[in-house]
Design a protein around this ligand. Structure first.
Ligand SMILES: [Zn+2]
Length: 75
């Protein structure tokens, strides 16, 4: 199956939750290049992975954004 079309700052849902206390499946794309960087919207941690891995792990695009989402409760 083809991955959904995504671009920088999109809010996306991943197939698996981030293993943090928030267990969030919602992430924001913060960099698109040879590697993809996503921020967990539950804890604010940034995860980097190559495009192939990302394409396999993304479930869907939730929303388009103009810029970075402010993460509440981030320390
Ligand atoms: Zn997290």
């Amino acid at each position: 199956m083809l991955p959904p079309e995504y671009s920088l700052y999109d809010e996306v849902e991943m197939k698996r939750p981030h293993p943090c206390s928030a267990r969030s499946k919602r992430f924001q794309i913060v960099r698109v290049g040879a590697d993809i960087k996503i921020t967990c919207l539950g804890c604010g941690n940034i995860i980097m992975m190559d495009r192939d891995s990302f394409n396999q792990k993304i479930k869907k695009v939730i929303a388009k954004n103009e810029g970075p989402i402010k993460i509440f409760g981030k320390k």
